[in-house]
Design a protein. Structure first.
Length: 106
């Protein structure tokens, strides 16, 4: 993967569900797709609520909220409301970081 553009390696939800099914065929592919859909929906709702989500041995998703504030527009000479936004930061767990540093060992 070194030297290649990471975007060439993007795996979408359907492909991920198939990979999960190959790794553990105890569920059907559509069940893995449903699990991924529920996981992403739940993570999104919790992030919107301002809650951090930690997935053991994977990492933590932390919301960062930018508050709404009044700003003065120099061009129009009018005070305007700048609405806040929510962004998400991901902090990988130390277990994941160690696995990425040593991909040969499992």
């Amino acid at each position: 993967m070194q030297g290649q553009d990471v975007r060439d390696e993007i795996i979408n939800t359907v492909a991920l569900a198939k990979i999960m099914h190959e790794a553990s065929p105890s569920y059907h592919v559509y069940e893995y797709e449903d699990m991924l859909k529920v996981l992403t929906h739940t993570l999104t709702e919790l992030i919107i609520q301002g809650k951090a989500v930690r997935i053991t041995y994977f990492g933590m998703f932390t919301p960062h909220l930018t508050p709404t504030r009044n700003v003065y527009n120099i061009r129009t000479k009018v005070s305007e409301m700048k609405y806040g936004r929510i962004s998400v930061k991901f902090r990988p767990s130390s277990t994941l970081v160690n696995q990425l540093k040593q991909p040969d060992k499992e």
